[in-house]
Design a protein around this ligand. Structure first.
Ligand code: BGP
Length: 460
C-alpha cells in the first residue's frame, strides 16, 4: 500500500433525496420546487425524465444499502426531504416519512454503515417558495423548526449532521444565473438569500446544541472552487481574490469563523447590495459555527482580470470584477464541461488548515459524470477506468494534504448509484452502480470493486 489513510477513514458516497428517492407523489410527500418546476417546465430538462421516479430508493433502500456494504462503505450521506417530512414545509409531521427515514437509518446501522444526514439539498417546499423562499425570514424559522424536528426524531441514532449542501447553488441557480426555480436574476435578492441561508444554518446549529446528542457534531457542506489567477500580475490576482470572496468565502467564513469577510461587506456596501440584517444575527453567527466541514470539489475556478469594463448602469453582478479564463492544456471532463484539476483538493485542504483552524473536514462529494457509459461495457460490466483514475488522482492529493497535517477524515464519491440530476436528468452518470431506468436494475461498475479494495485496505 503506497497511499495509506488514517485509521477509521470514512469511505462512502453521497446522494440527495430528490435525486434518488422517487415516490415524489407517494408516502404523503408534499411538493417541492423541483416537482413544481418539472410539472410546468419539463422542456427545460434533458430527456424529460422527472423527479417522480428517479432511482426509486424509496422502495429499494434495503437492497441498495446491502450493495453499499458489499463495496466497503463505512459511511453514507443522504438528505431528508423537507417536503416529505413536513408536507407544505410547516405543520404536521408525516408519519410515513418518519417510518421511511427510520428504516433507512436502521438498515444502515445494521450494516455498520454510519449515516450522515443532510437537511437541505436544494429542495425547498413549494408552498414556502411561494412565500418568498429564503428571502423570507419566516421561512428561515420554518427551516429551523424542521431541523429541530429532525434532531428530535433521528438524533438518537445519528451523530453526524449537516445543515445544507452547497447553499450557494440555489443562490446562483435561482437568483443570479437562471438555472433553478424561481429563475430570478437579481443580485440584491441573491445576497439576501445567501445571507438568510446562513442565518438558517446558524439557527439549526443552535437547535442542535440544545439536543445534546452524545458525540453529535454538526456542520455544513460547501462546494469550494479554488480560485486560480491567470498570472501573478496584480489585476489577475485581484480578480481571483474577489471571485474567491464571492464564491467561497461568502459561505466558508460565516460557517467556520462566524463572520463575513470585511472586504465582501465593503464591496456590497459600495454597490448598495448589503442584505437586510436583524438584531442579534451577528451574535447568532458568531456562536454557532460548524464543528465539521464537508467539501464538495469538482472543479477549480480560473480567473483573469476583466477585459471589458461592465456597464456601470447595468445591474450589479459578481461578474463585474473578473472574467473566467480557460487555461490552455487543461484537462476536461467534456461531458459535464468541468475542468479536472486534482491538486485542487490539496489546495482546499491546506487553506482550511492555514486559515480556518484546521477544522475537521472530509471530501463530501467528488465525482465524474459520464454520458453513455454502456459504450464501455465488456463482459457485462462498465469498465469505468476513467472514474477509477479520477478518484485515485484526487485521493493522492488528499493523502498528501493529510501527510502535511490537514484534518481530513474521509472521502465520499458522488455518487453511490446513477441518479437524477437537476438540469441533466440521467444524462451524466456518476454512480459506482449503473441504474437501468426501465427495470431499475443496478449493476456494479468496475469502480465499485476498485473502491471496495481501497476501503478494505484503507488505501491503495
Ligand atoms: C453537486 C450537487 C449534486 C450533484 C453533483 C453533480 O453540485 O450537490 O446534487 O448533482 O453536483 O452535478 P450535476 O448533477 O449537475 O452534474
Amino acid at each position: 500500500i503506497t497511499y495509506s489513510f488514517p485509521k477509521d477513514f470514512w469511505w462512502g458516497s453521497a446522494t440527495s433525496a430528490t435525486q434518488i428517492e422517487g415516490a415524489a407523489n407517494a408516502g404523503g410527500k408534499g411538493k417541492n420546487i423541483w416537482d413544481h418546476w418539472y410539472e410546468t417546465e419539463s422542456n427545460r430538462f434533458f430527456e424529460n425524465v422527472g423527479p417522480e421516479t428517479t432511482s426509486d430508493f424509496y422502495h429499494r433502500y434495503k437492497e441498495d444499502i446491502r450493495r453499499m456494504k458489499e463495496i466497503g462503505h463505512n459511511t453514507y450521506r443522504f438528505s431528508i426531504s423537507w417536503s416529505r417530512l413536513i408536507p407544505g414545509g410547516r405543520g404536521e409531521i408525516n408519519p410515513e416519512a418518519v417510518t421511511f427515514y427510520n428504516n433507512v437509518i436502521d438498515e444502515l446501522l445494521a450494516h455498520d454503515i454510519e449515516p450522515f444526514i443532510n437537511l437541505f439539498h436544494f429542495d425547498m417546499p413549494f408552498e414556502l417558495q411561494e412565500e418568498g423562499g429564503w428571502e423570507n425570514r419566516e421561512v428561515v424559522e420554518a427551516y429551523a423548526r424542521f431541523a429541530d424536528e429532525c434532531f428530535r426524531l433521528f438524533g438518537d441514532c445519528v451523530t453526524k449532521w449537516f445543515t445544507f449542501n452547497e447553499p450557494i447553488v440555489p443562490v446562483e441557480g435561482g437568483y443570479l444565473y437562471d438555472f433553478h426555480y424561481p429563475n430570478i436574476v437579481d443580485a440584491k435578492r441573491a445576497f439576501q438569500v445567501a445571507y438568510n441561508t446562513m442565518i438558517a444554518h446558524a439557527k439549526a446549529v443552535e437547535a442542535f446544541r440544545r439536543h445534546h446528542i452524545p458525540d453529535g457534531i454538526i456542520g455544513i457542506i460547501l462546494n469550494l472552487t479554488p480560485s486560480y489567477p491567470r498570472s501573478n500580475n496584480p489585476a489577475d490576482l485581484r480578480a481571483s481574490q474577489i471571485a474567491d470572496l464571492f464564491f467561497n468565502r461568502s459561505f466558508l467564513d460565516p460557517a467556520v469563523l462566524g463572520e463575513y469577510p470585511q472586504e465582501l461587506i465593503d464591496i456590497l456596501k459600495e454597490h448598495g447590495h448589503l442584505p437586510t440584517v436583524e438584531k442579534g444575527d451577528k451574535k447568532l453567527l458568531k456562536t454557532n459555527t460548524a464543528d465539521i466541514l464537508g467539501v464538495n470539489y469538482y472543479q477549480p475556478r480560473r480567473v483573469k482580470a476583466k477585459e471589458n469594463m461592465p456597464n456601470p448602469y447595468g445591474p450589479f453582478m459578481p461578474d463585474w470584477f473578473f472574467d473566467m479564463y480557460e487555461m490552455p492544456g487543461r484537462k476536461m471532463n467534456k461531458y459535464r464541461g468541468w475542468e479536472i484539476y486534482e491538486k485542487g483538493v490539496y489546495d482546499i485542504m491546506i487553506n482550511l488548515k492555514e486559515n480556518y483552524g484546521n477544522i475537521p473536514s472530509f471530501i463530501s462529494e467528488n465525482g465524474m459524470g459520464v454520458q453513455n457509459e454502456e459504450r464501455f461495457i465488456e463482459n457485462g460490466e462498465i469498465q469505468d477506468d476513467y472514474r477509477i483514475e479520477f478518484i485515485r488522482e484526487h485521493l493522492k492529493w488528499l493523502h498528501q494534504a493529510i501527510e502535511e497535517g490537514c484534518n481530513a477524515k474521509g472521502y465520499h464519491l458522488w455518487s453511490f448509484m446513477d441518479n437524477w440530476s437537476w438540469m441533466n436528468a440521467y444524462k451524466n452518470r456518476y454512480g459506482f452502480f449503473s441504474v437501468n431506468l426501465e427495470t431499475q436494475e443496478r449493476t456494479a461498475k468496475k469502480s465499485a470493486y476498485w473502491i471496495k479494495a481501497v476501503s478494505d485496505n484503507n488505501g491503495f
